[in-house]
Design a binder for this molecule. Structure first.
Ligand SMILES: Nc1ncnc2c1ncn2[C@@H]1O[C@H](COP(=O)(O)OS(=O)(=O)O)[C@@H](OP(=O)(O)O)[C@H]1O
Ligand SMILES: Nc1ncnc2c1ncn2[C@@H]1O[C@H](COP(=O)(O)OP(=O)(O)O)[C@@H](O)[C@H]1O
Length: 207
C-alpha cells in the first residue's frame, strides 16, 4: 500500500502485521462496496441491510454513509461540484483504510460524478472495488422524498439538488445494478442478498 503526497521526505512504514494477517484473523477479504444513486434511491437502506446480513454471517463490515460523514469528517463541505469531489475523495481514502484493515466497507453516497467514483476505484485493486448502482427512477425517489428535500428543490429553496438541477452520471461498468422488476422495487433483504451473493461468489467472505 502506498500513496502519493505533496510533502517531501515522507517514507512508507511497514508493519509485521499487515493486510494478509488481518484478513486471516477475520476469515474474510477486505473490500469496498460503493453504493451510488439518487437521493431516496435506497442507498442507506441497502447499506444497513447488507451490514446486518454480513453480521449475521459472522463477517465484519462498516458503513460510511454520506449523510453521517457530513456531520464530522466532511462537515466543512457543501454541494458545489468541487466540494462533492473532495467529499468522495476523502471517503474513498477512508474506505481504502477500512478495506486494508480487512473489513467489508460499505460506502453509501450519491457520488454523482463518474470521474470521482473512478478515482476511488483507482485507489484499490479493481476487484476490491464493487460499485453498486441504485438504478431507481427519479419519479420513485421524488415520490418517496423522506426528508422533503425534493419538494424544497422543486420550489427553488435548495439549489443544485442532484437529479433536479445538478447532474447524476450513472455508472457505465458497475459490478451490481439494483433495479425495479416489473415496476416493483426489490425489498431491502432481497437487495442485500444480491450483494451478499456477489461477495460470496467472488470469495470475499472467506480467506
Ligand atoms: N444539493 C443537494 N444534492 C444532493 N443531496 C443533498 C443536497 N443538499 C442536501 N443533500 C442531502 O445530502 C445527502 C447527500 O450527501 P452525499 O455526501 O451522499 O452527497 S455527494 O455524494 O457529495 O453528492 C443526501 O442524502 P441522501 O438522501 O441519503 O442521498 C441529502 O439528504
Ligand atoms: N427496497 C425498498 N423498498 C421500499 N422502500 C424502500 C426501499 N429502499 C428504501 N426505501 C425507502 O425509501 C426511502 C429512501 O431510502 P434511503 O435508504 O434513505 O435512500 P438514500 O439513502 O438513497 O437517500 C426511505 O423511506 C426508505 O425506507
Amino acid at each position: 500500500m502506498s500513496t502519493l503526497s505533496n510533502a517531501t521526505n515522507i517514507f512508507w512504514q511497514e508493519c509485521q502485521i499487515g493486510n494478509p494477517e488481518r484478513q486471516k484473523l477475520l476469515n474474510q477479504k477486505g473490500c469496498v462496496v460503493w453504493i451510488t444513486g439518487l437521493s431516496g434511491s435506497g442507498k442507506s437502506t441497502l447499506a444497513c441491510s447488507l451490514s446486518r446480513e454480513l453480521h449475521s454471517r459472522g463477517k465484519l463490515s462498516y458503513v460510511l454513509d454520506g449523510d453521517n460523514l457530513r456531520h464530522g469528517l466532511n462537515k466543512d463541505l457543501g454541494f458545489k461540484p468541487e466540494d462533492r469531489t473532495e467529499n468522495i475523495r476523502r471517503t474513498g481514502e477512508v474506505a481504502k483504510l477500512f478495506a486494508d484493515a480487512g473489513l467489508i466497507c460499505v460506502a453509501s453516497l450519491i457520488s454523482p460524478y463518474r470521474r470521482d467514483r473512478d478515482v476511488c476505484r483507482a485507489m484499490l485493486s479493481d476487484a476490491n472495488f464493487i460499485e453498486v448502482f441504485m438504478n431507481m427512477p427519479l419519479e420513485l425517489c421524488e415520490a418517496r422524498d423522506p426528508k422533503g428535500l425534493y419538494k424544497l428543490a422543486r420550489a427553488g429553496k435548495i439549489k443544485g439538488f442532484t437529479g433536479i438541477d445538478d447532474p447524476y452520471e450513472p455508472p457505465l461498468n458497475c459490478e451490481i445494478e439494483i433495479k425495479q422488476e416489473g415496476g416493483v422495487c426489490p425489498t431491502p433483504n432481497v437487495m442485500a442478498g444480491q450483494v451478499a451473493c456477489y461477495l460470496e461468489e467472488k470469495g470475499f467472505l472467506e480467506c
